[in-house]
Each structure stands twice: as structure tokens, then as C-alpha cells.
Design a protein around this ligand. Structure first.
Ligand SMILES: [Zn+2]
Ligand SMILES: [Zn+2]
Length: 305
């Protein structure tokens, strides 16, 4: 099974700290390298993580607050200097087209030397993009500017067991396509039942809920996620402050994980006030009381699903 790799390039909040850069996450699956948010300094975080920013295929922006987007001009300039040769696709909430024009104007008066497609995303049931193997869905969040949360979903699918093909010495047969459909075919005089060679690969789902107040859309979007990455700007002691600033506490993030029946929660976007190990541990412990399978993101941490 092809793994989905997720790298946290930045896990801080509005103000960066020595431990935490501004928000950015890179999801890699086969040829796709999808960047979710691009806070200031993200391109340097790529270098620290030993990843090549020129491999980025798509950027999904949750909202246009500076801590999620100030890294875009620098990243695009590097792509220009390094001869980026794909069409970069950028998705974000309403206003993204105008903001991208402004951001590109900051460093490239004649525009970039590679094509950029900008899409303003409508929240709802319709996927934002749907490809053969995966789709991305979005829902409107409740922040103080248009904000989206996203789910990346590998669709469930019948797959052929390559080990079994190898054992039967038919891994190069032109009839594999037929076997993959579950049909019985004859290869070198032997009848082979495709149904015995295929298995069901379950859906895999990763959801990214960044800046938001508590809201029902976060729960419905994250439903049955294998991994929910959720903002956790404040501790439970600061519930009032979190509400005032349109953010979540770690306990509220854990509540979204629990109600959405997600399998695992990773907390990110921590306020600078939780910089010490003891302070960030408090954030984690509060969440674990509500939802046990919780971890705290750290810059440059990566995992596979
Ligand atoms: Zn933020
Ligand atoms: Zn924000």
C-alpha cells in the first residue's frame, strides 16, 4: 500500500518561536506534494526537512491571515529561480485570486515565469478536486476572515496483490487488468481466478482544521478521519480568550476528534505562550483527557499513514 507522508514544516501560531515556525504542512502521496498553508519561512523549513520545494504540485490555503501565507512570495521566487516547470495550482477561500495578484506583484512585476492556476474554493459536499485515486474536500470554518478546512481522501479501491502475482509468475502478464477486475482468465494454460488475487483497500482520510472557533462543520468534515490535524492555540484555562480570538483550545480540538470519530489527533498551531516543554505538555494532557490518541506536532516531525 502506497503510504501518505505528512511533514510538519511549521507548528507555531501568530508569532514564531525558536521551536516553532509559522504553519505549513506538506502531504506527499505518489507524485503529489501538496502544501497546506505557507507561513513565513516555509521554504527554509523545506531545506531543514531535506525536502525540495520544487516538488510542490499544489498549495491549499486555509485563510489569508499573515501567519499562514507570508511564505508564499519567497517560495514562488525560489521556484522561479530554480526553473519550476509545472503548473502550480493554488486553492483558497474567496479573495484568494486578488491576494495572489498582490503577492506575486511584490516580487515579480511581469508575473512568474511558470504558470499558476488560482482557484477560489466553495465549501460543501462537492470535492474541491477529484482525481482517480484521491479527492480533497473543504468546509467553511468560523474565524474572523473567510477560512476553510480541508480533507485529503484516498478513495477505497480494489487492488491486486502483487506478491501473489509474483508467486504465480504472472506479474508481467498483459491480462493483469482483467484479473484486477475480478475476472477469471487463462494464462499459459492455467485458469486463474482474479477474485482470489484482489483485496479491498480501505479509504484513508486526513483532515486539516486550522484557525477556527468551535463549529459543527469541523466535526462533519473530519468524520471518520484516520488523522485529524487540528489547531490548538490555547489551553483550557484560556477558553474565553480562545473564543474572543476565534481559536480553539486543546480540549475543544480533542472534542472535534471524539465527535468526528477520528482515529488519531495531532495538535498544532500552538501559541508562543506554551513554548516550554512543561507548558506544551499541559496542552497535550488536557486534550488526552477528552481524546486519548492525541499527539503534539513539532516542527519537522513527519509520519506515514
Ligand atoms: Zn493562525
Ligand atoms: Zn487566523
Amino acid at each position: 500500500m502506497e503510504k501518505i507522508k505528512l511533514t510538519f514544516l511549521g507548528t507555531g501560531s501568530a508569532i514564531p518561536t525558536s521551536r516553532r515556525n509559522h504553519t505549513a504542512m506538506l502531504l506527499s502521496y505518489k507524485d503529489e506534494n501538496i502544501l497546506f498553508d505557507c507561513g513565513e519561512g516555509t521554504q527554509r523549513q523545506f531545506r531543514h526537512a531535506r525536502l525540495n520545494p520544487c516538488k510542490v504540485t499544489k498549495i491549499f490555503i486555509t485563510h489569508w491571515h499573515a501567519d499562514h501565507v507570508l511564505g508564499i512570495p519567497g517560495l514562488l521566487q525560489t521556484l522561479m529561480l530554480n526553473g519550476y516547470n509545472k503548473t502550480l495550482k493554488i486553492y483558497g477561500p474567496e479573495g484568494t485570486k486578488r491576494m495572489m495578484q498582490l503577492y506575486i506583484g511584490l516580487f515579480a512585476h511581469k508575473g512568474t515565469n511558470f504558470p499558476i492556476e488560482v482557484h477560489e474554493v466553495l465549501s460543501g459536499k462537492q470535492p474541491v478536486i477529484e482525481e482517480k485515486e484521491f479527492k480533497i474536500e473543504a468546509q467553511q470554518m468560523s474565524h474572523d476572515t473567510p477560512t476553510l478546512a480541508y480533507s485529503f481522501i484516498i478513495k477505497e479501491k480494489n487492488r491486486i496483490d502483487k506478491d501473489k502475482l509474483k508467486k504465480l509468475k504472472i506479474e508481467n502478464s498483459p491480462l493483469i487488468g482483467e484479473l484486477a477486475k475480478g475476472k477469471t482468465v487463462t494464462i499459459a494454460g492455467k485458469k486463474i481466478d482474479g477474485k482470489k488475487l484482489i483485496y479491498r483497500e480501505e479509504q484513508r482520510k486526513l483532515t486539516f482544521v486550522l484557525d477556527t472557533r468551535e463549529n459543527a462543520n469541523a466535526i462533519s468534515l473530519a468524520k471518520d478521519s484516520d488523522l485529524l490535524v487540528c489547531e490548538s492555540s490555547y489551553s483550557a484555562e484560556e477558553t474565553e480568550l480562545a473564543k474572543e480570538h476565534a481559536h480553539l483550545t486543546s480540549a475543544q480540538a480533542a472534542d472535534i476528534a471524539k465527535k468526528s470519530k477520528s482515529k488519531k489527533l495531532i495538535l498544532t498551531h500552538l501559541s508562543q505562550r506554551y513554548e516550554t516543554k512543561a507548558q506544551s505538555k499541559q496542552i497535550l494532557e488536557e486534550a488526552k483527557k477528552v481524546f486519548k490518541n492525541t499527539e503534539l506536532a513539532e516542527d519537522l516531525m513527519s509520519l506515514e499513514i
